[in-house]
Design a protein around this ligand. Structure first.
Ligand SMILES: CC(C)(COP(=O)(O)OP(=O)(O)OC[C@H]1O[C@@H](n2cnc3c(N)ncnc32)[C@H](O)[C@@H]1OP(=O)(O)O)[C@@H](O)C(=O)NCCC(=O)NCCS
Length: 189
């Protein structure tokens, strides 16, 4: 099991604002992450949900060892250093009509434990990671795909300077059988 430090993404960890800290996740975080992944309210807009703690460990191991992947634990600062969420994604080379791109793009995702919703945790985590991706990891364009119904997530992104690029209508079939509009938001360096 690696440390979660992907070879290509050079960021000086941990990142903290004095209340919320993010650092690369490790297999030791799998139990805390699995705890909130099991909550129905946390599953509504998420495609891949581990069924067992072994699945959760395997998912953390896969995401932390992928060379272009990043999976961070979100912790509350304090004596307990409790894991209350995760944030990360994957970098990839932007499209090009010829010249070799000299910067990367990044697809961002995150989750927070439902008991902590509405306390600014996701906003803080995005606010910590986005500048580090741009300034330290050479990421040019950060993209988040969010279902239009997921107002909290869209608010988190807009508060952090993301802009709505467009909405694909009735794109994905939701868990409740309804078709979901899929929004693309981005943050450029
Ligand atoms: C989306 C999610 C990460 C937000 O986490 P959070 O820590 O509660 O977010 P924050 O507290 O930082 O910010 C939430 C913002 O949304 C707002 N909000 C919450 N519910 C809302 C709603 N129904 N309509 C509009 N705004 C809403 C809050 O008021 C807050 O904005 P404010 O600070 O301006 O008041 C969390 O709900 C979650 O984990 N959901 C399940 C996983 C998921 O959907 N991940 C994102 C996939 S793209």
């Amino acid at each position: 099991m690696g440390t979660g430090e992907p070879s290509g993404l050079q960021i000086a960890w941990p990142l903290s604002d004095g209340r919320v800290t993010i650092r690369p996740a490790s297999e030791a975080d799998a139990e805390a992450i699995f705890e909130y992944q099991q909550r129905p309210e946390a599953q509504r807009y998420i495609s891949r949900i581990p069924a067992t703690i072994e699945d959760a460990r395997a998912m953390v191991a896969e995401r932390t060892s992928a060379p272009d992947g990043l999976m961070c634990a979100i912790l509350l600062d304090g004596p307990d250093g409790q894991v209350v969420g995760d944030i990360g994604g994957r970098r990839y080379l932007p499209g090009s009509l010829g010249p070799e791109p000299e910067a990367w793009d990044f697809r961002l995702g995150y989750s927070v434990h439902p008991v902590m919703w509405g306390k600014g945790v996701a906003s803080a985590a995005v606010g910590l990671l986005v500048p580090a991706l741009h300034d330290q990891a050479g990421i040019r364009r950060i993209v988040a795909k969010v279902f239009a119904d997921n107002r909290a997530s869209i608010r988190v992104l807009l508060k952090n300077g993301f802009e709505l690029e467009g909405t694909e209508r009735a794109k994905v079939l939701g868990r409740d059988g309804n078709w979901l509009d899929d929004c693309t938001l981005s943050h450029l360096s």
